[in-house]
Design a protein around this ligand. Structure first.
Ligand code: SAH
Length: 360
């Protein structure tokens, strides 16, 4: 058996330059191919019309342009769109496009399933099937761009080249568990010869994998969101198995060490679970725990999914929790639930393995 050909969508521009050099071509041809893929959306070598035919044939013999495609797109009443993203091997993930006032945010997945098994998360029930490749992650952005070009969002200011304004790594998977591919995808997406996203428009969300948080901070100035979800180790350990490896104080220490420049802040995500972590004393303890971090807290009232033993707190309890944090000097926002009618809200992304149901 021969190894499958590599997909050029997986290569940051530097690596693509090295790849074409390895074929005996000048490195600038790599830049050209990179621009075709990411700026102009080419997904066939024959579309790359200013490359010599001989080079196109050589590329086609050595590599592919395989990447994700949109198997279906569901639209919510609130304007949110959920993509069922089909990967070249037939597995699926989801990404979610969320129009806000002046933003158009895309939430991308980084893994098929997830290994972290947080008790309140639907993706966590799937286990980890595999990591996504860099091109499978970055390619989700191309799919959203294509969709917005075909079906623009009413009243949204359109930048044809980059209609998605913000990217969040908050879909399926734990981005920092797939660190190398996530970093490569960030290099692709921020490359000035490609989609050219400013790093400050990108947020990577993590359960708090301490060593990778440090590495990411060194590598690229993206924003960091950290899923805290509890004010102490007892509560956190009861809903997030990862807390056995990295205790709360280690996670908070890694946040304090994360290089933020002058204006940026860490975002702490806090899913509110009725009776579990939403009591006034939890708010007080949380405010104390994070008092040394330049941060804001994003409260996420829990979104239900089948079989999970939690309840969404009442709107009143959510407001009271937020007010209590505010009184302690914490900057708080409550995440508006979006796309619930299409199961696109936080923590609702999970797919039955199609392989189990497809007739063979
Ligand atoms: N693995 C990363 C990114 C994934 S999820 C992380 O954990 O940060 C994005 C956010 O949604 C996380 O804060 C996650 O804890 C939260 N979340 C998961 N399930 C949820 C649910 N059912 N309701 C609300 N938020 C949820």
């Amino acid at each position: 058996m021969t190894a499958p050909l590599p997909s050029l969508l997986d290569l940051p521009r530097e690596d693509l330059r090295a790849f074409v050099k390895g074929l005996g071509e000048p490195a600038y041809r790599g830049d050209q191919v990179f621009r075709w893929i990411w700026k102009r959306g080419a997904r066939a070598f024959d579309a790359m019309s200013d490359l010599p035919a001989a080079l196109r044939a050589k590329l086609a013999a050595a590599a592919t342009l395989a990447g994700p495609s949109a198997a279906s797109i569901a639209a919510s009443r609130d304007g949110t769109r959920k993509f069922l993203v089909r990967l070249p091997d037939g597995k699926d993930v989801e990404s979610v496009l969320i129009p806000e006032d002046r933003r158009m945010t895309l939430c991308v997945s980084s893994q098929v399933g997830c290994a972290l098994a947080c008790a309140f998360c639907a993706t966590g029930t799937m286990g980890l099937k595999r990591h996504l490749s860099p091109g499978e992650i970055a390619g989700q952005v191309s799919l959203a761009h294509e969709e917005l070009r075909e079906r623009p969002h009413d009243g949204h200011p359109e930048d044809r080249d980059r209609p998605v304004t913000n990217l969040v790594y908050m879909g399926m998977g734990e981005p920092l568990h797939n660190y190398d591919h996530v970093l490569a995808s960030l290099r692709i997406l921020t490359d000035e010869q490609g989609l050219s996203y400013p790093a400050r428009r990108i947020t990577v969300s993590t359960v708090g994998l301490v060593p990778q948080m440090a590495a990411l901070g060194e590598a690229i100035p993206v924003n960091l969101a950290v899923s805290l979800h509890a004010p102490n180790d007892a509560v956190r350990g009861s809903i997030m198995p990862v807390n056995r490896r990295f205790a709360l104080r280690d996670v908070i220490g890694a946040c304090m060490a994360f290089p933020l420049g002058t204006r940026r802040r860490i975002t702490f995500e806090y899913v509110l679970l009725a009776g579990v972590n939403d009591r006034p004393e939890h708010a007080d303890e949380l405010a104390r725990a994070i008092s040394d971090v330049r941060c804001k807290v994003n409260l996420i009232p829990w979104n239900e999914h089948d079989g999970a033993p939690f309840r969404r707190p009442s709107a009143r309890d959510v407001t009271a929790f937020a007010a209590r944090l505010e009184a302690a000097g914490v900057d708080v926002t409550v995440r508006r639930t979006r796309g619930r009618d299409i199961d696109a809200a936080c923590g609702q992304l999970a797919l039955r393995a199609r392989d189990d149901v497809r007739p063979s």
